[in-house]
Structures are given as C-alpha cells and as structure tokens.
Design a binder for this molecule. Structure first.
Ligand code: K1U
Ligand code: ZN
Length: 172
C-alpha cells in the first residue's frame, strides 16, 4: 500500500470523464487500497481515483464517526440508480480544493449500484453523510466538482486563487 500525492485544482484530470473499470483485478484492488491509505492520511472521508491522477471509475469512502471502528467502502463503476426527491444541504469540502468549502444541495437518499473489491455486483441504499459523500465522489468521476454548485462569483474566485497558488508553487 502507498500514500499517493493528491492532485489539486486546476489539474485537467479533475475535469475529465473517468473510464469504466473492465474487471476488478489485482491492480484495481491495489488501487483501492492505495486510495484508502491516501484518504486516511489526508485525512478525508472519501476519495476518487482522478484525485490521485488515475482517470478510472473507482471511489473509496469511510464515513464512520468512530475512528476505532473504521468502515472502509470500495466501489468500482458506481452508478446512482435511484435518488429521493427530498434534498438536504451540507457544507462540503474537497481534498483537491483545500481550504475552501461551500454549501451544496443534493438528494438526501440514494441507491447506488457498484462492483465491490471482489468484483461482485452490489446495491446499497444510503442516506446522511454517506449519501452526500458517494454523490460527491461520483461527481469526481464525471469531472464535476462541488464548486460547480456554487455561484459563478464564488466558483471563479476559488479557481483564480487555486490557479495562482499552483503557479507560485511551480515557481518556488
Ligand atoms: O472527495 C474528496 O475531496 C474528499 C472529501 C469528501 C467530502 C467531504 C464533505 C462532503 C462531501 C464529501 C473530504 O473528505 S474533505 C475532508 C473532510 O470532509 C473531513 C476530513 C476529516 C474529518 C472529517 C471530514
Ligand atoms: Zn472532492
């Protein structure tokens, strides 16, 4: 297992549509393990493969509120097959856009279909923080970021700041 560097906005990999996984083989299982280690180290509650520069449809999450009882979740090719009409609004952050947060409104409950780490097809009903996190991570696979739900003014301000920071860190 390895901790990988997290890609930051405005890296173009974050705006690409990620490719489906053909099969959950040993390479994809190793990718899932590296992603979980990277997520726990950050720390975060979710991570999508594009955030470590790999444009594949793989996400990991752990929304457990007890650090002594981790609940790692690994998904390949996740798809939302049902979403509630009820919505909830939560302040979201993103490991690829550090130090910025914003309120996002999403369906409160979803059903997600995916392949687990053994390549078995699964369906899971989710609500609360896990539903928010899965939607945030699937957005990453489609090149969508939480800032896309904010006002144009706020989004452009964050993009400008992140672009400037990237230029400064390249120069130093
Ligand atoms: O995908 C990511 O960038 C990870 C992101 C997931 C997420 C956060 C909030 C709402 C929806 C999705 C994060 O994990 S940001 C860090 C964070 O929220 C956190 C970090 C430590 C403890 C608790 C939360
Ligand atoms: Zn994110």
């Amino acid at each position: 297992m390895a901790i990988k560097p997290i890609v930051l906005l405005p890296d173009p990999v974050l705006r690409a549509k990620a490719a489906p996984v053909a099969a959950v083989d040993a390479d994809i299982q190793a990718l899932m393990d590296d992603m979980l280690e990277t997520m726990y180290d950050a720390p975060g509650i979710g991570l999508a493969a594009p955030q470590i520069g790999i444009s594949k449809r793989v996400i990991v999450m752990d929304c457990s509120d007890d650090e002594n009882q981790p609940e790692p979740i690994k998904m390949a090719n996740p798809e939302i097959i049902a979403a509630s009409e009820d919505t909830s609004t939560m302040e979201e952050g993103c490991l690829s856009i550090p130090d910025h947060r914003g309120e996002v409104t999403r369906p409160s409950a979803i059903t997600v279909r995916y392949l687990d780490e053994h390549g078995q097809a699964q369906e899971r009903d989710c609500d609360g923080l896990l539903a928010v996190c899965i939607q945030h991570e699937i957005d990453h696979l489609n090149g969508v970021l939480f800032i896309d739900y904010l006002s144009r003014l706020k989004r452009d301000m964050i993009i400008r700041k992140m672009t400037k920071d990237a230029r400064l860190s390249k120069e130093s």
